[in-house]
Design a protein around this ligand. Structure first.
Ligand code: FAD
Ligand code: SF4
Ligand code: SF4
Ligand code: SF4
Length: 411
C-alpha cells in the first residue's frame, strides 16, 4: 500500500506518528532516499496515515500581505545566520515571552534533526542553513504533549514541514497554540548523500569531522563555503561550488534533491506559514532607493494577522530592524515563489549511476566529469587574472627598484 504518491512524499513522518500500530518506518531505497515503509503483517488498514498525509490534502495557504527587508540588530547574530538572522530573533523573542521553540540542528552523526526547547542557550545550534533533508521524528508527539499543557510553540522549518505541522495542529485542534514560520526552500538533498560525502573526505584527508557547516560564517555566509573541522575546531576541508565540492555542486545545481522537491506543492506565491523568510533576491528592483546592500538581509513576508502581531512585537522591541518594501518585489527574483525548481538535465543519468554504484561521490564525478573540469579551469583562470591584476597594481604603487629588492629577499 502506498500512503501517497512517491514523487510527492517529503519524508515528513506524520504517517509514522499517527499510525496506531507503529508499523511505519523509513527505509532507504536504491536511490539513497528515505521513504516510509509499511510492515503489512502488522497494518490493520485503518487508513489513518493516508488521511493525515499532507500530500493527500489541500493545505490552507495565505496571500502575502506585507514584505520587509530586515536584519537582526545584533551584528554577531546577523553574521552567524544564513541571511539577516530573523529566525534567531524570532527564537529569542519567543523564549523570552514564555513560548517553546522548535528548530533544526546538526547532531554529532552529521544528521539534521529537530528539537524543541525553552532554554535560551540551546537556540544557537538552530542558526544557519543545513542543506540536507531534516528529520522531524519525535516532534509531533512533543508538540501534542506541550499543547495539552496549554503551552505555546514557535515552529520554524521548510514549507513542506510547516504544512505537516499544520496538519497535526488541525488534527489535535491546536491552531491557536502554534506560530508557524517557513524558510523558503528550493529543495533538500537526501541524508545518505551527505553522509557518504563526509566519509569520502574523511578518508582522503585521514581526519575525522566533528563539525560541518554549509555556509560557514567564518568566511561570510554569502560565500557558501562547506567546511569540515576536527575536534578542536580546526578546519581541514573548505570548498564551495566553484571549488568543485560535489555535494554542494549537486545541491545548488539541482541534481541531488529529493524527487518531491521538483514537484513541490509549496513553491508558489501563496504561503503556508504565518511568516515566510528568505534571502532577499531582487532587493531594490521595484523601489530603487535602498541605502544598504542585499548581503545578510532577509526578506520577511507577513501572511496572517498572527504573523503580523508577532513581527510587530519583534520590531517594537528592537530585536530586528525592518524596512517596508513593495509586496511584489521578491516575486520576480525569487524562483521558489513561482514554481518548483527545474531538474538538472543530467539528474536521471546521475540517479542511474547512483543505483549502480551506491556511491554519491563516484556517481557525481563520473556523470559531471566534464562540468567539474570546466569549473576548475574557470576558477584557475579567474585566480590567474586576480594575480595579474595585483601585480599591475603593485607595480604602479611601488617603484621598480623596491619591487626588485623585495624579490631578492623573498627568493
Ligand atoms: C534546505 C534549504 C534551502 C533553502 N533554499 C533557499 C532558496 O532557494 N532561496 C532563499 O531565498 N532562501 C532559501 N533558504 C532559506 C535561507 O537559507 C535562510 O534560511 C532564510 O533566508 C532565513 O535566514 P535567517 O538568517 O533568518 O535564518 P537562518 O540562520 O537561516 O535560520 C535557520 C532557520 O532555518 C531552519 N533550518 C535550517 N536548516 C534547515 C533544514 N535542513 N530543515 C529545516 N529547517 C532548517 C532552522 O531551524 C532555523 O529556524 C533555504 C533554507 C534551507 C534550510
Ligand atoms: S509525505 Fe509525510 S505523511 Fe505523507 S507518506 Fe510521506 S512521510 Fe508519510
Ligand atoms: S493503514 Fe493504519 S495501521 Fe496501516 S500503516 Fe496506515 S495508519 Fe498504520
Ligand atoms: S522544495 Fe518544497 S518539498 Fe522540497 S524541501 Fe523545500 S518545501 Fe519541501
Amino acid at each position: 500500500m502506498d500512503i501517497c504518491k512517491k514523487e510527492l512524499c517529503t519524508g515528513c513522518g506524520l504517517c509514522e506518528y499517527v499510525c496506531p500500530q507503529q508499523c511505519i518506518s523509513k527505509v532507504i531505497g536504491k536511490e539513497g532516499v528515505a521513504y516510509p515503509y509499511i510492515d503489512e503483517n502488522i497494518c490493520i488498514s485503518c487508513g489513518k496515515c493516508q488521511k493525515l498525509c499532507p500530500a493527500n490534502n489541500k493545505i490552507e495557504t495565505h496571500e502575502i500581505k506585507e514584505v520587509y527587508a530586515g536584519w537582526h540588530t545584533e551584528e554577531e547574530q546577523r553574521r552567524k545566520s544564513a541571511s539577516g538572522g530573523i529566525a534567531f530573533a524570532l527564537y529569542q523573542y519567543a523564549i523570552e515571552h514564555g513560548l517553546y521553540v522548535c528548530g533544526c540542528y546538526m547532531n554529532a552523526e552529521h544528521k539534521a534533526k529537530f528539537s524543541i526547547t525553552n532554554v535560551r542557550k540551546e537556540i544557537d545550534k538552530f542558526a544557519n542553513s543545513k542543506y540536507v533533508w531534516s528529520d522531524l521524528t519525535g516532534v509531533y508527539r512533543r508538540i501534542k504533549e506541550l499543547v495539552s499543557k496549554e503551552e505555546k510553540i514557535l515552529f520554524i522549518g521548510t514549507p513542506c514541514q510547516v504544512a505537516a505541522v499544520k496538519q497535526l495542529a488541525e488534527n489535535i485542534r491546536a491552531e491557536d497554540s502554534i506560530v508557524l514560520v517557513e524558510v523558503l526552500c528550493h529543495g533538500m538533498a537526501p541524508e545518505e548523500y551527505l553522509l557518504q560525502h563526509i566519509k569520502k573526505v574523511e578518508q582522503n584527508k585521514k581526519k575525522k569531522a566533528f563539525y560541518i557547516k554549509f555556509r560557514d560564517e567564518k568566511f561570510g555566509t554569502s560565500k557558501y563555503y562547506f567546511t569540515m573541522s576536527d575536534k578542536q575546531g580546526n578546519i581541514f576541508y573548505k570548498k564551495n561550488v566553484q571549488d568543485n565540492d560535489v555535494y554542494q555542486f549537486g545541491f545548488h545545481k539541482n541534481v541531488s534533491l529529493r524527487e518531491n522537491c521538483y514537484n513541490c506543492r509549496y513553491a508558489k506565491q501563496e504561503r503556508v506559514a504565518d511568516i515566510a523568510l528568505s534571502d532577499y533576491y531582487g532587493l531594490g528592483t521595484c523601489q530603487p532607493k535602498v541605502s544598504y546592500g542585499s548581503e545578510n538581509v532577509s526578506c520577511i513576508m507577513i501572511n496572517t494577522q498572527k504573523g503580523k502581531e508577532f513581527f510587530e512585537d519583534l520590531v517594537m522591541n528592537k530585536y530586528i530592524y525592518a524596512d517596508k518594501r513593495p509586496v511584489e518585489e521578491p516575486f520576480n527574483a525569487q524562483g521558489t515563489l513561482k514554481r518548483p525548481i527545474k531538474k538538472n538535465a543530467k539528474r536521471e543519468e546521475f540517479l542511474r549511476k547512483y543505483r549502480e554504484c551506491q556511491n554519491f561521490d563516484q556517481a557525481m564525478e563520473e556523470v559531471f566529469h566534464k562540468d567539474l573540469v570546466k569549473n576548475h579551469v574557470r576558477v584557475c583562470l579567474h585566480t590567474h587574472e586576480l594575480f595579474e591584476f595585483s601585480r599591475r597594481v603593485l607595480k604602479k604603487i611601488f617603484p621598480e627598484k623596491i619591487i626588485n629588492k623585495v624579490k631578492k629577499y623573498t627568493r
